[in-house]
Ligand binder design. Structure first.
Ligand code: BGC
Length: 336
């Protein structure tokens, strides 16, 4: 056979291979998938609401696409090694993709290694792995928000309140005496929201004085106990309470209720999240305002990413904020 015949044969084989790989791509699209989710604490109000939205949106996606999508949710109960076992069990159960709400955001290695061995993508959400961990494999993602934006909006709500109502400066000393109730230490949202909300107030031209700060670990009962002590110590000196989330702002409100302090003698209380109970408190004017941590938007971003990765095997249609991060924007909720 001459060289030209061999060339032609080569070309035919090449075209055949391209055509086959095209067919293979189609075959990769799945008609049923299993999603494994592990949350750090299934009793966390914000996460419970986010997961309820996630489940609703999964059902909608399955109905629209005709792909059967089953979801298995496990509770890590604040324990990273429990979460590592959750992930291992879900991988052994044949999950096609994992959604992990890390207990310890500095410790994703075990899960990344297990998932990578099985070639199963991982979407981390709400509790952000430290920089660099997401670069360890191309099928790792993060869905959350920009913590600085939440802090900034909380500071803006406070600035606006004191601008519109100079009488909120109860002792008229030209300074805002405030209490900060912080979420779990080490959590990106607690660190950044705490810092940015106050610097926003200062940048808006207000003088501020921190009376007390306390860690409430995101939890309403813990914030209640801490705030009871703070009210006992600082009483009506307090002009503003900034809480890193709505549950802790509600805990502060509980403390004012339990101390039977009338509404007109209470400080401005501002939360973050826009949980169902948080929004009710804003409507009732118990909470001055809150920042919407868009749980539905985050759940929707997760569902779209699950579908793109695990069903289509193609994430080119996903709008990433940066790299493989999706950050859903916040907005302000104020009673007035
Ligand atoms: C939310 C908190 C929640 C925490 C859990 C934060 O983004 O604002 O309400 O408890 O995430 O990781």
């Amino acid at each position: 056979m001459g060289i030209r015949v061999w060339r032609r044969l080569g070309l035919i084989l090449l075209l055949g291979a391209i055509a086959l790989s095209g067919c293979e791509k189609k075959e990769e699209e799945k008609t049923s998938i299993k999603v494994g989710v592990s949350v750090y604490d299934s009793h966390d109000t914000f996460l419970a609401e986010l997961m309820s939205d996630f489940n609703k949106l999964v059902t909608r996606k399955a109905d629209e696409s005709g792909v059967a999508i089953s979801v298995e949710v496990k509770n890590a109960g604040w324990n990273q090694s429990t979460q590592n076992s959750n992930a291992e069990d879900m991988l052994n159960d044949g999950c096609d993709i994992l959604c992990i709400n890390l207990v310890d955001r500095t410790a994703p290695t075990a899960i990344i290694d297990l998932a990578r061995q099985k070639n199963v993508p991982v979407i981390f959400f709400n509790r952000e792995p430290v920089e660099g961990d997401l670069d360890r494999w191309e099928h790792l993602y993060y869905v959350g928000t920009d913590a600085g934006q939440a802090g900034c909006m909380q500071g803006e709500i406070a600035a606006e309140a004191f601008r519109q109502h100079p009488e909120y400066d109860r002792n008229a000393d030209g300074e805002i005496e405030y209490v900060m109730i912080e979420g779990e230490s080490g959590h990106q949202d607690a660190i950044v929201r705490t810092e940015v909300s106050v610097s926003m107030l200062v940048d808006s031209g207000f003088k501020v004085k921190k009376l007390k700060s306390a860690i409430g670990n995101w939890l309403r009962p813990q914030a209640f106990t801490k705030m009871e002590q703070i009210i006992a110590e600082c009483g009506d000196e307090i002009e503003l309470v900034l809480a890193n989330n709505d549950d802790m702002a509600l805990g502060a409100i509980d403390a004012y209720n339990s101390a039977k302090i009338p509404m007109e003698d209470r400080p401005v209380i501002i939360g973050i999240d826009g949980t169902d109970a948080g929004v009710v408190a804003v409507k009732n004017k118990e909470m001055y305002g809150t920042v919407l941590n868009d749980k539905e938007g985050q759940a929707e971003a997760m569902v779209n990413l699950v579908y793109a990765e695990a069903v289509l095997g193609d994430v080119s249609g996903i709008d990433f904020t940066e790299g493989r991060y999706i950050r859903v924007p916040h907005s302000k909720i104020v009673g007035e």
